[in-house]
Design a protein around this ligand. Structure first.
Ligand SMILES: C[S@@+](CC[C@H](N)C(=O)[O-])C[C@H]1O[C@@H](n2cnc3c(N)ncnc32)[C@H](O)[C@@H]1O
Length: 184
């Protein structure tokens, strides 16, 4: 499915504060994310969602932020330091052939996969890694951009997540952004 990976210059554009009008991190996550939680965010890029997630889990929680591109992660790290919340993040560079997150097995309360799945070359392996990391009952939020992802591609993404052991909690919205909430 993946033939394109978001370049760093787009990473900067994704930090545009106007994005909050359509994808407010607080509105998206407040039903699911609480203080003290462990949150996993694969494909975090420069951290449009990562920093708000870190503030939501607070000093007793953790956000594990993963990306394949070092440039995305170095900008995220700088932004987190400036915001004084670097300690709330566990920032990791991952390979495209597996997330290497065995140490998180059964520890993740909430996972956010936002505008990422269409860039992942092996979605079966990707969602299997996430399923192993997630606590039973933990939620997975998947959002994909309508512009890049057809309804059938989104259905295939959801099928990979279900095959890995997630079950859908909401029906996917297919006329706006493709969104689905799943539970482990
Ligand atoms: C379009 S950006 C979205 C960034 C962020 N989630 C947001 O919405 O602002 C997709 C990011 O996913 C990363 N990515 C692509 N494949 C990945 C993989 N297999 N594992 C982790 N990150 C990946 C890319 O490097 C890129 O930074």
């Amino acid at each position: 499915m993946a033939d394109h990976v978001c370049p760093p210059w787009v990473g900067y554009l994704l930090l545009n504060p106007l994005r909050k009008l359509t994808e407010s991190p607080r509105k998206l996550f407040s039903p699911f994310v609480r203080e003290d939680m462990v949150v996993l965010e694969p494909g975090c890029a420069m951290g449009f969602f990562t920093l708000p997630l870190a503030r939501m889990v607070g000093p007793t929680g953790k956000v594990v932020a993963l990306d394949t591109q070092p440039k995305m992660l170095s900008v995220l790290e700088r932004r987190a330091r400036r915001a004084g919340i670097r300690d709330l993040l566990d920032i990791r560079e991952v390979g495209t052939k597996g997330l290497g997150i065995d140490d998180l097995s059964g520890r993740v309360d909430f996972c956010a996969v936002i505008h990422v799945a269409h860039e992942v070359s092996d979605q079966t392996a990707f969602f299997a890694d996430l399923a192993r990391a997630q606590k039973p009952g933990g939620r997975l939020l998947i959002i994909e951009p309508k512009g890049h992802v057809s309804t059938s591609d989104f259905a295939r993404t959801l099928a990979c997540a279900e095959e890995a052991g997630f079950r859908p909690e909401t029906s996917p919205v297919i006329n706006g952004d493709r969104r689905a909430l799943l539970v482990r």
